[in-house]
Structures are given as structure tokens and as C-alpha cells.
Design a binder for this molecule. Structure first.
Ligand code: GLY
Length: 597
């Protein structure tokens, strides 16, 4: 018999001898099962946080405010903003600017992303889309050579690989629209970190060294990341970025104009003109943030709010949840071969749809409502063989009513007013194009590589994409970024997200499933090993940590298992329960931090 963990918590709380048990399937048709009443009752405020020592991983607990992110100094910047009276949006914006200084592999000014915000007072969620856009001179076949072959060097590591940056416009828009502090206040900590410097951590040293060869190839990047004699900074050395401090100062003094017009814009445009890049002063001046409605769905009584196109993330998370809702997952058992098989088969169906239907909604008609319709999920579910893997080649996209060398980063913020921010932003690859703009201290993104540079063929993440995501001037490349907020009883309960390119979707999915379906706390939900299947290539990626028996059973079902020794994603999450904040920074990568008070 299985005792649900949260039922155990109830037992702890009541100090009762009453044993509340449930057997899998006892609650009838699991497709119709909603949140257990017991789970609802623990959500009431308690004077002490609830920690269940049955779980192997324990979250960090705070009462009033919390920032969970990939790097300590930036998370502490956000937490200080919260303590000093800022709200979650102020803290998220300050953290975003600080990460551009302290976490250069993915924190950025010249990248883009998505910020999902829960506004407590209005009890609504909104999404700030600050994804990069293609320059006016971009064209469908711009990365094909004379033979019609993809020129990956140009696609990934040239000035042409950069989309028009959205981060500065996005962060400032969010702050101006929903923040409480001034622009100068949220930028001041980042400026101080860049100007005064900070000690190089193990994680920073490790990350720069891992990309050193390519960073050294660009003179401006070499000057930024290495000592004047070309050697690497040692752990503990003070790293100062005066050019970046200047750029941040321009933004602080002049707002978005300070980045998209004026001296910073001129330096970007001059570098582009000199090196064969496409971004012009007009492209920069024309960049626009778009505030969008998030996508919404339900899973067994939870409300799942996530990222809409031009990200594919929210749609596919909801699609997969809709398919899985029809199975008794608890009876299968968490991370059993049967469970993982059904997860993988559901993932394949969603990624097949991604290849056909997804693109920038301002350019293509994405059938969002049909894709996340539960009746469509029922039809898709009928295509799944519970005992045998369906070869990817036999899975055509439904008809609705690579190498992982990528980086992106996610952080999550909650404040004492009940506001929550879930933000994912990126340069695309780790350190983006590895090209810095001279005199600005900032790296350029290589987000153009997220377009289908050769529709029908795989991109840098091995994702096969279609005409819907072809390159067009002004268009935003399709993303997988999936900042997500799960509501319980209409209130934010879990805020999460992840880096990882194509694995973002399956990482966030499993994080949410572990919490919603298997009742895990936020730290355990993050730590459990994960799988990833993206339809093409027809490979089931498994992290280490699954038993050999499970792997053998999956292989016997026809899954082409790849235990590559690579990890899948890296969540930074907050769970809000019984008046407390529970934070967990995934330990899959070094340096993550939970700052709370
Ligand atoms: N550049 C990774 C993504 O947007 O999904």
C-alpha cells in the first residue's frame, strides 16, 4: 500500500495514529482524479514550515521572499531588492541584470527570453516576450552555402548568428509596467558588480575554461574573459568588467534608448557593419517587446500556466500532461519502466507536432487551442502502444482538432505580497556566439540558430523543424523556453523552469509531474533522474540514476536507450505552500543558489 507523502505530512501535523492509506487506483478513474482533499488541507498557513524527513532532499525555506537562480551573487541581489521593499518583478529585473555580470555563459544583455509573472493583487498571470527577432536583412536561406549545405560556422559562431537582442527592452518593460522601484535602483547592483568586480568562483572559472578555446578566437571576448597576458583568471581573483559597467550605466541613465539608440547601439551596428553582420541601427531602434497571454491547461485539478509561442514549451508541456492524465501513473509507479515508456511515447507525439505547427504566432497561424485540447490528447493517447515503442519514423505529426552544447538560464522569484516571477533568458549556446561587441563588455546571442535554417533538417538541438519556423525578417525564432507556474486552488503553488534547449520542455514537465502527481517536495522533484525523447532522433535519453533493470525493460519495449552520462536541464524552483516558500536549485550544475528571508 502506498501512503501519499502529503498524507504523511498530515499525520505529522495532527500527531495522529490515524493511518490514511490509499492504494493505486483506489480513487477510481485516475483521469478524473483531482487534488486529494488531504493535500488541500495542508495548504493552510502554518506557523512552522513543514519538512518531511521521508524525502531524501530538503528544500531551503523562507517566509517572506525568495530568489532561486543559477548563481549566488545575482540571487542575493534579488533577495536584497525584496528585503528593501521591491516586489518580485523588481527583484527579477535586478537579478537578470546582475546575472549578465556574474553568469556570462547565459546571463545577458544581448540575448532574449520570456518572463512569466503572477500578479497577486489582480490575481492574473501575464507573459513578457522579449525573444530576439531576425534583422530586416535576414532571409530564409541565409545560412546555406553555394552547394545548398548548411554553413554551421556562420549559423552558430558569426555575427550573422545574432538576432536583434530583446533582454534590455524586456527587463525594462517588466520593471516599468509591474515594478515598484526605480530603474536606477534595480540596475545599481549590477553596475557595482561590473565596476568593482567580484571574486571568480569555481563555477565561473570552470565555465570560462570549458569555452576558452572559442572565446579566445574573438579579440573582444578574449579581452573580456582573460587577463591582459591571455591567461585565465584563477578562482578567487577579482574580475572587473568596466565596459559592461559603462553599458549598464547607459541603460540606467537613458532606459531602453540607452541600449537601442545612442552610443551602445552605434557600437553594435559598427561591429556588425565591419564584420558582415546583419543587425543595423534601424533593427535595434525597431525592437519591440510583446506582452502575451500565457497558455493555460489543467492537470488533475491543478492549473498549469506556461509560455506561449514563439516558445513551443508551454503548448508541449500541456499536450503531454493531457495525454498522461488518461493513465494511472501512480499505479505504474514513479520512474518505473512502464511509466517512463508512456512518458517517452507522449513526448514523441508532442515533438512531432512541434516540427510542423510551431513558429512565431505573428507570422504563422499556430493552432494553439487545438493542440492543447483534451479531446486531441485522447486521440493522441490512442496512438500509444503501452507495451512497444512506436518508431519515430512512423509518427507523423498529428492532425489536431544533437549535441547538447547549449545554455540558457532560469530563475524564480517570490515576494511577500504573493507575486511570483518565473524567468528564462538566454544567449542560446553557452556564451552565445562567443563574440563580444568591442567597448560594451557584452556577448552577442546566436539565437538565429533556433530558426529552421534548412526546413526539414535538424537544428543544433537535433530538433527537426518546418516551414513554420523558417527565417523571415522581423520574425522570432521558435524557442523551447518554458517558464511555468502551477496554481493550486487558484494560487501559485510551483514556479519553475530550466535551461537546456530542446530538453527544457521535458525537464519542466517532469519537475511538475513529480510535484503534482507524485507529491514530492520541490527539492526531491528536482533531484529525481529524468528522461528526454524529442521524436527525432529516435533515442530515449536517460540520465544516470535509473536501475539497470529499468533500462533493460525499456529496451525490451523497443526504446533506443542512450545513457550518455549527460544531465538533462537544471531547474530553479519555488514551491509556495502553507504560507512558506520552499526553494531548490537543481544540483546538476555548479553554483546554483537559493536566497531568501
Ligand atoms: N535557445 C534555446 C531556446 O530558446 O529554446
Amino acid at each position: 500500500m502506498t501512503i501519499l507523502r502529503r498524507q504523511r505530512l498530515i499525520l505529522i501535523l495532527l500527531g495522529s495514529a490515524l493511518i490514511a492509506c490509499t492504494t493505486p487506483g483506489q480513487s477510481g478513474n485516475m483521469a478524473e482524479r483531482t487534488v486529494a482533499p488531504a493535500a488541500k488541507s495542508v495548504a493552510a498557513e502554518t506557523s512552522e514550515p513543514i519538512i518531511d524527513y521521508h524525502e531524501r532532499f530538503i528544500p531551503v525555506v523562507a517566509r517572506h521572499g525568495m530568489v532561486v537562480g543559477p548563481e549566488q551573487l545575482a540571487a542575493e541581489v534579488g533577495a536584497k531588492i525584496l528585503r528593501d521593499g521591491g516586489n518580485a518583478v523588481d527583484a527579477a529585473v535586478a537579478t537578470g541584470f546582475a546575472l549578465a555580470v556574474t553568469y556570462p555563459r547565459a546571463g545577458n544583455l544581448a540575448g532574449g527570453g520570456f518572463m512569466l509573472i503572477h500578479l497577486a493583487e489582480e490575481n492574473r498571470q501575464t507573459l513578457v516576450d522579449y525573444r530576439e527577432s531576425a534583422p530586416a536583412a535576414a532571409s530564409r536561406d541565409m545560412f546555406l552555402d553555394a552547394q545548398g549545405e548548411l554553413d554551421h560556422q556562420r549559423e552558430y559562431f558569426s555575427l550573422q548568428s545574432a538576432g536583434v537582442p530583446g533582454t534590455v527592452a524586456g527587463l525594462l518593460y517588466a520593471q516599468d509596467t509591474y515594478g515598484a522601484l526605480s530603474r536606477e535602483e534595480v540596475l545599481a547592483p549590477a553596475i557595482a558588480l561590473a565596476r568593482e568586480g567580484f571574486p571568480v568562483s569555481f563555477a565561473l572559472s570552470f565555465e570560462i575554461n570549458a569555452s576558452a578555446q572559442r572565446l579566445r578566437q574573438n579579440p573582444a571576448a578574449a579581452q573580456l574573459f582573460f587577463r591582459p597576458d591571455g591567461s585565465a583568471y584563477a578562482i578567487g581573483d577579482t574580475w572587473r568588467q568596466p565596459d559592461l559597467a559603462w553599458t549598464l550605466g547607459q541603460i540606467s541613465a537613458n532606459g531602453a534608448e540607452g541600449f537601442y539608440r545612442g552610443e551602445v547601439a552605434q557600437r553594435i551596428a559598427a561591429e556588425m557593419a565591419a564584420g558582415g553582420g546583419l543587425i543595423t541601427a534601424q533593427d535595434l531602434a525597431g525592437y519591440r517587446v510583446v506582452e502575451r497571454q500565457p497558455v493555460r491547461g489543467t492537470y488533475r485539478g491543478f492549473d498549469v500556466v506556461s509560455t506561449p509561442p514563439p516558445s513551443s514549451g508551454g503548448i508541449h508541456i500541456l499536450q503531454i500532461l493531457n495525454v498522461l492524465e488518461g493513465y494511472d501513473l501512480q499505479a505504474m509507479g514513479h520512474n518505473s519502466a512502464t511509466y517512463l515508456h508512456h512518458l517517452a511515447e507522449s513526448m514523441k507525439l508532442a515533438y512531432a507536432d512541434r516540427s510542423l505547427y510551431l513558429g512565431d504566432p505573428d507570422f504563422v497561424d499556430v493552432p494553439v487551442a487545438q493542440l492543447i485540447d483534451k479531446r486531441y490528447a485522447a486521440r493522441q493517447r490512442a496512438r500509444i502502444d503501452g507495451m512497444h515503442a512506436t518508431p519515430a519514423a512512423q509518427i507523423a505529426p498529428g492532425r489536431p482538432l544533437g549535441n547538447e552544447s547549449t545554455e540558457t538560464t532560469h530563475y524564480t522569484v517570490a515576494d511577500r505580497f504573493g507575486n511570483v516571477v518565473s524567468n528564462t533568458y538566454t544567449l542560446n549556446f553557452s556564451f552565445g556566439s562567443h563574440i563580444a561587441v568591442p567597448g560594451t563588455g557584452m556577448l552577442l546571442n546566436n539565437e538565429m540558430a533556433d530558426f529552421a535554417a534548412s526546413p526539414g533538417n535538424a537544428n543544433a538541438f537535433g530538433l527537426v523543424q518546418g516551414e513554420a519556423n523558417k527565417i523571415e525578417p522581423g520574425k522570432r525564432p521558435l524557442s523551447s523556453m518554458s517558464p511555468t507556474i502551477v496554481l493550486r486552488d487558484g494560487k501559485p503553488w510551483l514556479a519553475t523552469g530550466s535551461p537546456g534547449g530542446s530538453v527544457i520542455i521535458t525537464t519542466v514537465l517532469q519537475m511538475a509531474l513529480n510535484a503534482m502527481e507524485f507529491d514530492m517536495n520541490v527539492a526531491t522533484a528536482a533531484a529525481e533522474p529524468r528522461i528526454h525523447h524529442q521524436w527525432m532522433p529516435d533515442v530515449l535519453r536517460m540520465e544516470e540514476g535509473f536501475s539497470p533493470d529499468t533500462v533493460r525493460l525499456l529496451e525490451a519495449m523497443g526504446q533506443a536507450v542512450d545513457i550518455a552520462g549527460r544531465t538533462t536541464g537544471r531547474t530553479n524552483s519555488i514551491m509556495l505552500e502553507n504560507g512558506w516558500l520552499y526553494g531548490a536549485s537543481d544540483t546538476r550544475r555548479p553554483g546554483g543558489w537559493v536566497a531568501g528571508y
